[in-house]
Design a protein around this ligand. Structure first.
Ligand SMILES: Cc1cc2nc3c(=O)[nH]c(=O)nc-3n(C[C@H](O)[C@H](O)[C@H](O)COP(=O)(O)OP(=O)(O)OC[C@H]3O[C@@H](n4cnc5c(N)ncnc54)[C@H](O)[C@@H]3O)c2cc1C
Length: 422
């Protein structure tokens, strides 16, 4: 029976990086992956292009990390976005930085990221076992000693000096990440935080499907929970089959989902003309009258809004389709400007784990030492990646969390093995 130095559960971004950093320290490493191949989630990242990381400096980067950026600071400083890009370049992956400081493989293909990582893992002599689902951790005297895993219907026992759990979150469970890591944590008495979908579409009440495909550029969005303004974001949004999303929609989804799941009333308040003050917008509307005293509401809205929004706004304003506005009734003009600056959508639900980008919640950060990613309760047990209660905005932040925490978990597991077993 082989005893490994380190067993890593899950061959995603975090697990593969942990395998590399520990094997580079001379460790004998086994990676167990329940799917038939590694990095299935990486393949679907960045719409198949894989937004590997974001090259912003920590001060700006940290604003996109939740709930405790300072917890992540140690891992980030040990293996930063620039360390990651240099490392990927060294092992043969060329990268490019695009708009918003987002880094991608130069080829534009996420499979090249997976292929490059797997090549490095194999060259380091790491054993990888696919179709191998870890099912139970083995411990003795509050120390992890190995685990049980299932392969081809057979239950196997394997021993190790340390275990790293990098089983991912719950989003897109068909990629393999379906929550096993939380079960392992809870079985060890390690506290977990409630999991919720994040970076996900928000469904408005009475959603008008004719909005599907509409992209709103440079809008401002307020997230209002009960009576409180919780978040304000500026940028682009998109309506899809699933409701309100796009960059701004996804950014507010973290708090919106939490508020809905807590039973609160959630509103999205959209300013379609954030570059204009209310008075400037009123003047702009008045200019549309030209020399005339009157204008059809529909004609006015066609000049101010994307075509897809016009009929929806006519209904929303409630004046009726044939409404004619008059300069002599400025109250109506004020009302229209108010509607354009504050289009309220009540959000009643959201897309679940099956199609969200990331999981919030997970293994409580209180249970983990930030410098090593070791658990406080069980010796020689580490967690890395999305399984932790750590997540980021879109823009490459989540993969960086996976790579940095994987790197640190692998390296510190190796240090502990060297210190305690040699
Ligand atoms: C559609 C989509 C697009 C995204 N795009 C981006 C992007 O462009 N940039 C970005 O930064 N982030 C992106 N993300 C988020 C990013 O993909 C994740 O944060 C990241 O992949 C998490 O890495 P991980 O290693 O922690 O988990 P995962 O990648 O989920 O890997 C976990 C692995 O563990 C395996 N596993 C689970 N349980 C067991 C078990 N019991 N035994 C053995 N193996 C097990 C799983 O099969 C899986 O392979 C995207 C996510 C989605 C869903």
């Amino acid at each position: 029976m082989i005893t490994y130095d380190i067993i890593i559960i899950g061959a995603g971004a975090a697990g593969m990086m942990a395998a590399i950093s520990s094997a580079r320290e001379g460790m004998k490493v086994l990676v167990l992956e329940k799917m038939e191949r590694p990095g299935r989630k990486i393949l679907i990242t960045g719409k198949g292009r894989c937004n590997i990381t974001n090259t912003r400096e920590w001060e700006e980067f940290s604003r996109h990390i939740f709930p405790k950026p300072n917890f992540f600071k140690f891992a980030f400083k040990s293996f930063s976005n620039f360390n990651l890009l240099r490392f990927l370049n060294e092992i043969g992956l060329e990268t490019v930085i695009e708009r918003g400081e987002r880094a991608y493989p130069l080829s534009g293909k996420s499979q090249d990221v997976v292929r490059t990582l797997v090549k490095e893992i194999e060259s380091l002599g790491v054993d990888i076992s696919y179709n191998s689902k870890a099912t139970k951790l083995l411990t003795k005297d509050l120390k992890v000693t190995g685990l049980l895993y299932e392969k081809d219907g057979v239950l196997n026992e394997v021993f190790s000096k340390a275990v790293i759990i990098s089983t991912g979150g719950l989003s897109y469970p068909l990629t393999g990440s379906d929550g096993d890591g939380y079960i392992f944590a809870e079985s060890m008495g390690i506290k977990t935080i409630k999991r919720l979908p994040s970076l996900t579409a928000l469904m408005p009440l009475n959603f008008n499907i004719s909005l599907k495909g509409l992209i709103l550029k440079n809008i401002s969005v307020k997230l209002i929970v009960g009576k409180d303004l919780l978040q304000e974001e500026f940028g682009d949004a998109e309506f899809t089959n699933n409701g309100f999303e796009g960059p701004v929609g996804l950014r507010v989804s973290r708090k919106a989902v939490k508020a809905i799941s807590d039973g609160n009333r959630v509103l999205i308040d959209i300013d379609l003309k954030p570059a204009l003050t209310r008075d400037q917008l009123i003047s702009r509307i008045e200019r549309e009258f030209g020399q005339q005293d009157k204008i059809y509401l529909e004609t006015l809205l066609r000049r101010l809004l994307p075509a897809q929004l016009v009929n929806i706004f006519i209904d929303y304003i409630g004046f009726g389709k044939t409404k004619i506005l008059s300069k002599k009734l400025p109250g109506e003009i004020y009302k229209i400007s108010d509607f354009l600056k504050s289009w309220k959508l009540e959000i009643i639900s959201y897309t679940g784990f099956e199609r969200c980008v990331i999981t919030t919640g997970g293994v409580s950060l209180d249970e983990i030492l930030p410098k090593t990613l070791a658990t406080r309760k069980i010796n020689n047990l580490f967690f890395a990646g999305e399984v932790l209660d750590l997540d980021g905005d879109t823009g490459g932040y989540n993969l960086q969390i996976g790579f940095s925490t994987g790197y640190v978990a692998g390296k510190s597991a190796a240090e502990i093995v060297k210190k305690n077993f040699t």
